[in-house]
Design a protein around this ligand. Sequence first.
Ligand SMILES: [Zn+2]
Length: 204
Amino acid sequence: MDQLKTGKFIAQQRKKQNLTQMQLAEKLNVTDRAVSKWETGKSMPDSSIMLELCNVLKISVTDLLNGEMLKRENQNKEIESTFIQMVKVKEQNDKLLLILEVVIGVLSVLVLLVPIIIGSLLTNIEDWQRIVICFSGFIPCVLGICFALKIEQVAGYYHCERCGHKYVPTFKQVNLAMHMGRTRYLKCPNCGKKSWQKKVISKE
Ligand SMILES: [Zn+2]
């Protein structure tokens, strides 16, 4: 730790915040002589006011002790935390999507079955009318199932237990694969082997 360097850094950052030594001293409840001593490297700020000083100067304690802004490291940390945030948001959304998938699945079955039941229960209608009613749920049901499959494809990942690879398959692969619930029999793009692969939300 270089006291002189830290001192110069404090002065530089204070000026950047448009503060005089007096104004900074007032904010920290110390004398302007104390501030002057820090800036000339004659003394270090007491650890009890170091945090507050860093707050006022908008720097980190590490920056203060190093006597310079560790830009690269800070940026990396920022990028990293933004990235972690994004991953969390995706996982949250994927969970909601998979719930939505179940709802769409149930509705798709209902939209198919209800008209069939109604069509067969009605007595005083023509045969062609009965057929139209019975089949009216067919297209909405197919659309619903397609939509649910699309969710199944993009939400989360499939996990190959043979090599540990986690990936998003193509829509076609998902469509053609045998499945039990959300576990599908898929070919892993990493190791090339076919196996029953579970759906997982997180890539970690
Ligand atoms: Zn694999």
